[in-house]
Write a protein that binds this ligand. Structure first.
Ligand SMILES: Nc1ncnc2c1ncn2[C@@H]1O[C@H](COP(=O)(O)OP(=O)(O)OP(=O)(O)O)[C@@H](O)[C@H]1O
Length: 248
């Protein structure tokens, strides 16, 4: 198989109902390796629910979610993280009283679980990994800074770094540039493009200019279903998509 065009995540006929209300319905989605795939759609379209279903936070009522050809639907959240799918929520969950370095260090998979915590040693490999991730997220100069005093954008990047420490194959980001300055948005676009070189990235985003900058592929959701899919140019010229956006 051509590794470049390999499908890492294959979602078929995915659905979930909440008290009879179908929040996601007949959802098919294929994530390609090294792609940045953005999901857009009006409020309540089902975007966040799709990420909740993939990461195991919400249980699907139908369909299948295959990661590297293996079914992951129904697995527990922590198992899915270990398989290699990392998710960043909208609000950063960094430890404000720890430094950038310490936040990265505690995210290393060697420290997982009680035994991992007890036996954790700061090896040269772990130090090097923290350094290279800090460099990737643009925080190398701030390694010894307490996370609490970072800017809003820097906190978001640190959280992305904490995900990168676990070397996931897929990173899912929910509105990564919400509340960021223009400069921070540009840096985040660059970071997302960079991290997709070694993995696949799924992003939920409302800011269309930002989507245009980062997306290899765009899926438009509406009322729990897929309304359109393709390049940003193709979907933004699709009359169905225009109608939904103008109608909201
Ligand atoms: N746990 C739940 N119980 C009941 N209804 C839910 C639950 N989670 C989501 N919903 C409903 O499912 C629909 C889709 O919500 P979702 O948050 O996925 O939309 P979204 O596209 O991410 O919207 P936004 O852009 O506003 O974040 C909404 O009507 C929401 O109220």
């Amino acid at each position: 198989m051509n590794i470049k065009n390999e499908t890492v995540l294959e979602i078929e006929d995915l659905g979930v109902s909440f008290d009879g209300f179908k929040a996601v319905d007949g959802f098919n989605f294929y994530l390609t390796r090294n792609h940045v795939h953005v999901i857009i759609g009006p409020n309540g379209a089902g975007k966040t629910t799709v990420l909740d279903l993939i990461c195991g936070k919400t249980r699907a009522t139908s369909g299948s979610i295959k990661f590297r050809n293996k079914e992951i639907r129904g697995k527990r959240e922590y198992r899915i993280v270990r398989e290699g799918i990392g998710r960043k929520f909208q609000n950063p969950s960094i430890y404000e009283n720890l430094t950038v370095f310490e936040n990265l260090e505690i995210s290393h998979p060697a420290g997982r679980g009680v035994i991992g915590c007890l036996l954790f040693r700061r090896t040269p490999e772990i130090l090097e990994r923290c350094r290279s991730v800090a460099e990737e997220i643009g925080l190398l100069e701030l390694m010894d800074t307490e996370a609490g005093i970072l800017s809003h954008g820097q906190k978001q990047w640190l959280e992305i770094g904490m995900l990168l420490m676990q070397e996931p194959e897929i990173i899912m980001l929910d509105e990564p540039v919400a509340g960021m300055s223009v400069k921070e948005r540009a840096a985040t676009a660059e970071l997302i493009r960079k991290i997709s070189m070694n993995r696949s990235v799924m992003v939920i985003e409302h800011d269309m200019e930002f989507v245009r900058e980062i997306a290899d592929r765009v899926t438009v959701m509406h009322l729990g279903k897929i309304l359109a899919e393709g390049s940003m140019d193709a979907v933004s010229n699709d009359p169905k998509v225009i109608e939904v956006y103008i109608g909201h």
